[in-house]
Design a protein around this ligand. Structure first.
Ligand SMILES: Nc1ncnc2c1ncn2[C@@H]1O[C@H](COP(=O)(O)OP(=O)(O)OP(=O)(O)O)[C@@H](O)[C@H]1O
Ligand SMILES: [Mg+2]
Length: 212
């Protein structure tokens, strides 16, 4: 190689601090790889959350798996306000409209997280999720350490457009839609109550339907 080209190349490499860049390369690649893994995980969760490739409305459904997927979707909303504790029971699968039930789980999780945030309590709150079987139903209980539901509004929370959130923050449709999905479309049960030590508890039950 001509001398001037070699010198030019040396100066060029020095200028762009190639050594420094190469040293950081490993770290950069590892971080990018971790980022890709997270993106893949989120996209897979979104696919299975919304079941974009599903044609039939009632399909086999694993409630425990669905909760795990929905927690990935809700992670950004919850992570600053609460820790999540899950207690998955050994429950059978059922048949249901999976994206609709996932929507209910998401609504309940976001309400729980917002209740904790709005309570203004110091420190992190907690969301406890429990699944279990009772007779011919699979059940899911979502409890939070927020302020609970005041007695004067507990009779209205499933009404359309009922919200206690500031204008522009809540549409008051989350629980109304959830009630419609669980009770009217799936013959299930959706109950709201307050826990004895404070905080709200939402429980939904779905009948166990076996494939035929
Ligand atoms: N976990 C909870 N703790 C205390 N209050 C709750 C809880 N979940 C719901 N609520 C009460 O029920 C009301 C209705 O809830 P809903 O989810 O239908 O509407 P929203 O959260 O206000 O608005 P959005 O339509 O965005 O969900 C809430 O505004 C709140 O007053
Ligand atoms: Mg809501």
């Amino acid at each position: 190689m001509e001398l001037w080209i070699r010198n030019f190349w040396k100066i060029f490499l020095k200028r762009i601090k190639i050594d420094f860049i190469m040293k950081d390369m490993d770290e950069l690649l590892q971080e990018s790889y971790d980022g890709f893994e997270r993106v893949i995980n989120i996209v897979n969760s979104l696919r299975s959350f919304s079941r974009i490739d599903q044609l039939k409305s009632f399909v086999p459904y694993d409630l425990n798996d669905a909760i795990k997927t929905t927690l990935t979707i809700a992670r950004n909303e919850i992570k600053y306000s609460a820790d999540v504790e899950c207690n998955y029971g050994a429950i059978p699968g059922t048949m249901c409209n999976s994206s609709e039930i996932n929507q209910v789980i998401l609504n309940l999780l976001i309400n729980a997280s917002q209740a904790i945030k709005d309570s203004g309590l110091q420190g992190r709150g907690k969301i406890s999720i429990k699944t279990y079987q009772k007779e011919n139903n699979i059940c899911c209980e979502i409890r939070d350490t927020g302020p609970g539901i005041p007695d004067e509004v507990i009779g209205n929370i499933f009404d359309p457009f009922f919200t206690t959130k500031p204008v522009g923050e809540g549409t008051g449709l989350g629980l109304n839609i959830s009630y419609d999905i669980i009770v009217k479309k799936h013959n299930g049960v959706l109950i709201a109550s307050n826990y004895k030590n404070g905080g709200a508890v939402f429980t939904f039950k779905l009948p166990i339907i076996t494939e035929n």
